[in-house]
Design a protein around this ligand. Structure first.
Ligand SMILES: Nc1nc2c(ncn2[C@@H]2O[C@@H]3COP(=O)(O)O[C@H]4[C@@H](O)[C@H](n5cnc6c(=O)[nH]c(N)nc65)O[C@@H]4COP(=O)(O)O[C@H]3[C@H]2O)c(=O)[nH]1
Length: 871
């Protein structure tokens, strides 16, 4: 107490001396009944932040909070004090700096001798610090409780006897029960009544041992809804290690768990390369395990909008069969409608829902009352299938979200499995089927045919392999365009498929080559199949909107006579096809030993020809060409000759086509060109007059873009001029579609080398093509010349060909002139040049030199060669 306060002390009384004793520790103040402060000790002044002067006369009400003054309570208490009733309690007062301070105070009325209240004595303890701490703690606890209630994790606190003592708000929200409904119940009996006893025992023993327990389980809520939850239970023990409480936290892991369980099983089945139906069946089973109230099924929707059941073992097979092939549509049950709308369809009442009008008679007898179908979408968003959940009892609302989640996971997995299957079948299709016609390709055909051959061998039955090559496919392709060619091939493929029996097969090897394998078929049956096929090809094909008669050359090899495996049979059917093709169009031929012998011979000859070319065993003979009017030598044609050491001389008619087939013809062309130019140059140096040399080139020689340069270099090397050389082309060049051909021909022509069209009139003879080719010469085929004497139309044709040549300013050379009569007829028709045995056979270079000398065909002109007695 300060000095000033000691001076103002009232006279000592018994009570004041008691107060004095408390002065050191307590805050003490006294107020008059009007509320004015008349005394305050140092503790009080410190607590209120006031000086003695400031305190003096201060009204008690000015020290109270406005909130307190606003109530009647303050005035009531003060009135009671003035009436002589004391008051104790915790009060809040306002310090002079405006802050609140809290005190535990006792207000005691002081009476005078007459028993009148003269003062109110206040003795107080400052509890501001404690109060602030308590308030902070309270706020903290409030926050904690808010957190505990706001979290989605459900918290259950149970006592040592497994009775629920507390649940948080999260629990009520998740499971639907309020605390008061379930306090005292066993949480396991409440949520997981089906949990088996053994597990419950172990679980409780573990907690009693002070160990936390974690588990995942399916629990049921107040409304029957199911959740997959993760439970973490922590024991709270007392100091003696006895279990006091268990705090369990339950988290909803339904979605994650469904993904995990379904995906694990589904993906595992896929990873193990199980068939699609197995993968989908696994998914259905898993769905039914998770939600036993569901009967699951999966349908595929094909490109034509037809449904095909893929899985759903719990549905009766007869029901699934009835669904197979049904169309999706706006009112096609749950699945057909879901696929049609490409959105989930939930029919709660199959019996009365219009979507099921046409199908309820299938589902109701099986006891199904509701059906929920969700479309399975491809990565482009197209409905490629549906997942259906059938219900035998009314579908509870509580299941909805759970089943929705289940359906979501299912459709994703099914989409993956279906798309994977589609990709695999596409890969299979690309690997084993021809992209254009969809027929098996060579590999698949080979594999399937070998199986068929094994069966035929086991059952001792015949089998026929047909090698089919279309006739004149190339001209159709060239003249009508490739799309038409493709259409033709597809139509032919369709014809082949039509001709197949149930155990037969057809495939496309390449281009216009097809194969059929006819099981249990002897030669006679194969013949009638082929005749039917030819008939169909000739009469029923339409290409580019127009009917087109097609024929094919067909070779047949029979199992077991012609071979015991597909390779051999195919090769022999191919040989037989060649035989048929050579015999004409639209024919078929069976493989024979003779054919085989010829094929072997051909192979031997091919090897020998390669060697001959390499070892320079080929030679050129030269046949003179004579100008009919003057008898002068017009030129010579170089003709290849080959004498095989054992087989003797082999005709070019045999080895040239062989060289063409085995890819040697371009080499022969290059060699002939070089050799003919060298020989011409040699004759020239010998003083022999040979105006030019003609060299035969096959169409494939013109595929070589280097040919023009090679020709130019050859001429230069031999000091010859371009007009010294003529290149003979055959009419087949007109069918050549190689893009290099026309370029090469034009470049050769641009060099000044002449081009001659050989065997004119026998082949394609399209005059429009002829106009496009820069030829300078036509050679009338010797078949016309041979018939000249006896056949009027041959005469007319040779006349016409001469006319064509003249009108196009081309020299026309008549080939194969053997008789004087032919010569004179050609002379009369106006043919300028002729070639044939009448004048000279093709001659070896030395023989030609001799012939030239005999004819006087040196640089001095010879007169009248054709009239020479030597002829
Ligand atoms: N009956 C008869 N035949 C006559 C008469 N005058 C000539 N011949 C024959 O007629 C053929 C004319 O040759 P080609 O029409 O170009 O027909 C040639 C030609 O297309 C081809 N050839 C020959 N050598 C070559 C060559 O080096 N390269 C190419 N690509 N083909 C060649 O082989 C075919 C056949 O040649 P060869 O057997 O030498 O047959 C030659 C020749 O010997 C006759 O009065 N009567």
């Amino acid at each position: 107490m300060n000095e000033g306060s000691r001076h103002n002390q009232p006279p000592r009384t018994e009570r004041l001396s008691y107060l004095d004793a408390l002065d050191r520790v307590m805050a003490i103040a006294s107020f008059r009944v009007d509320g004015a402060l008349c005394h305050a000790n140092a503790n009080y002044l410190r607590m209120m932040g006031m000086t003695h002067e400031e305190a003096q006369g201060r009204l008690h009400s000015s020290l109270c909070t406005p909130a307190l003054l606003a109530t009647s309570r303050y005035h009531d208490i003060w009135a009671q004090l003035c009436a002589g009733t004391a008051y104790s309690g915790v009060v809040e007062r306002v310090r002079s700096d405006g802050r609140s301070c809290w005190m535990e105070a006792t207000y005691s009325p002081v009476l005078d001798a007459q028993g009148q209240v003269v003062e109110i004595l206040k003795i107080a303890t400052d509890i501001t610090a404690r109060r602030t701490q308590e308030q902070a703690q309270k706020a903290h606890l409030q926050r904690l409780s808010l957190i505990a209630d706001a979290t989605d994790t459900a918290v259950i606190m149970s006592d040592a006897s497994s009775r629920i003592v507390h649940v948080n708000g999260g629990f009520s929200r998740l499971f639907g029960w309020h605390a008061e409904e379930i306090l005292g119940q066993d949480p396991i009996t409440l949520l997981s009544p089906k949990l088996h006893d053994g597990f419950v025992q172990t679980y409780r023993a573990q907690l009693r041992g002070g160990l936390p327990v974690e588990r995942e389980e399916i629990v049921v809520t107040k409304t029957g809804r199911r959740y997959w939850i993760k439970v973490v239970s922590n024991p709270i023990l007392d100091d003696a290690g006895q279990l006091l409480f268990t705090v369990s936290m339950l988290t909803d892991i339904t979605r994650a768990k469904m993904h995990e369980a379904l995906q694990y099983r589904g993906l595992e089945a896929m990873a193990r390369e199980r068939p699609l139906s197995d993968v989908l069946e696994t998914i259905c089973k898993e769905v039914e395990r998770i939600a036993p109230e569901i009967t699951a099924s999966i349908l595929e929707v094909d490109a034509f909008g037809m449904m095909h059941p893929l899985a759903g073992a719990s549905l009766p097979a007869s029901y699934s069969q009835l669904l197979d092939g049904l169309s999706i549509g706006p009112q096609a049950g749950s699945c057909g409608t879901a696929a049609w709308r490409n959105q989930a369809v939930f029919v709660e009442d199959i019996a009365n829902d219009p979507l099921w009008t046409d199908y309820k008679h299938l589902a109701l007898p099986l006891g199904f009352r509701a059906c929920w179908s969700t479309p399975i979408q491809s990565s482009e968003g197209r409905a490629i299938g549906t997942v259906a959940f059938y219900y035998r009892q009314t579908c509870s609302k509580a299941w909805t979200e759970f089943h929705q989640q289940l359906a979501d996971v299912c459709v994703h997995l099914c989409a993956l499995a279906l798309e994977r299957e589609h990709a695999r079948s596409r890969i299979r299709q690309l690997a084993f089927y021809d992209g254009l016609t969809g027929l098996p390709n060579r590999s698949l055909l080979q594999a399937q045919a070998n199986q068929a051959i094994t069966l035929a061998a086991r059952d001792k039955q015949a089998l026929a392999v047909l090698f089919i090559d279309l006739d004149r496919f190339k001209p159709v392709n060239d003249s009508m365009g490739h799309p038409a060619g493709d259409e033709l091939l597809c139509n032919v493929a369709a014809c082949l498929l039509q001709a197949l029996g149930p155990s037969d097969m057809a495939g496309r090897l390449s281009g216009d080559e097809f194969v059929m394998v006819l099981s249990q078929t002897d030669a006679e049956q194969a013949t009638s199949t082929i005749e039917r096929l030819q008939e169909q090809l000739a009469n029923s094909l339409v290409v580019a909107g127009k009917p087109l008669a097609v024929s094919a050359s067909i070779g047949i090899a029979m199992f077991p006579e012609d071979g015991r495996d597909m390779d051999t049979l195919l090769q022999r059917a191919d040989m037989a096809m060649y035989q048929a093709k050579n015999a004409g169009r639209g024919l078929f031929s069976f493989f024979s030993d003779e054919m085989n012998r010829l094929a072997q011979e051909r192979r031997t000859l091919e090897t020998a020809l390669r060697d001959a070319l390499k070892n320079q065993e080929l030679h050129l003979h030269y046949q003179p060409q004579i100008e009919l009017a003057s008898g002068q030598l017009y030129g010579v044609e170089a003709l290849a000759r080959w004498t095989h050491p054992e087989l003797g001389p082999i005709s070019p008619a045999r080895f040239i086509p062989l060289a063409e087939e085995c890819g040697l013809i371009a080499d022969i062309g290059r060699w002939a060109l070089g050799e003919a130019c060298r020989q011409l140059a040699q004759w020239r140096t010998q003083g022999l007059r040979v105006p030019s040399v003609s060299v035969n080139l096959s169409p494939s020689s013109f595929h070589d873009l280097d040919l023009p340069d090679m020709v130019a270099q050859t001429l230069q090397r031999n000091a010859l001029l371009p007009q010294d050389l003529t290149l003979e082309l055959t009419e087949s060049i007109l069918l050549d579609t190689n893009p290099s051909t026309m370029k090469t021909i034009e470049a050769v022509h641009a060099h000044g080398v002449r081009l001659s069209m050989d065997d004119f009139g026998t082949g394609y003879s399209s005059l429009s093509y002829l106009r496009r080719l820069p030829v300078s010469e036509l050679k009338l085929d010797r078949s016309f010349v041979a018939d000249l004497e006896h056949n009027e139309s041959a005469r007319a044709l040779s006349n016409a060909i001469l006319g064509i040549g003249q009108s196009l300013h081309l020299t026309v050379v008549a080939e194969g002139v053997e008789t004087l009569a032919q010569r004179s007829m050609l002379g009369m028709q106006g043919y300028p040049v002729a070639q044939g045995f009448l004048f000279a056979h093709p001659l070896a270079p030395s023989e030609l030199t001799e012939w030239l000398l005999q004819q006087g065909q040196t640089t001095t002109e010879v007169e009248k060669v054709g009239h020479s007695s030597k002829l």
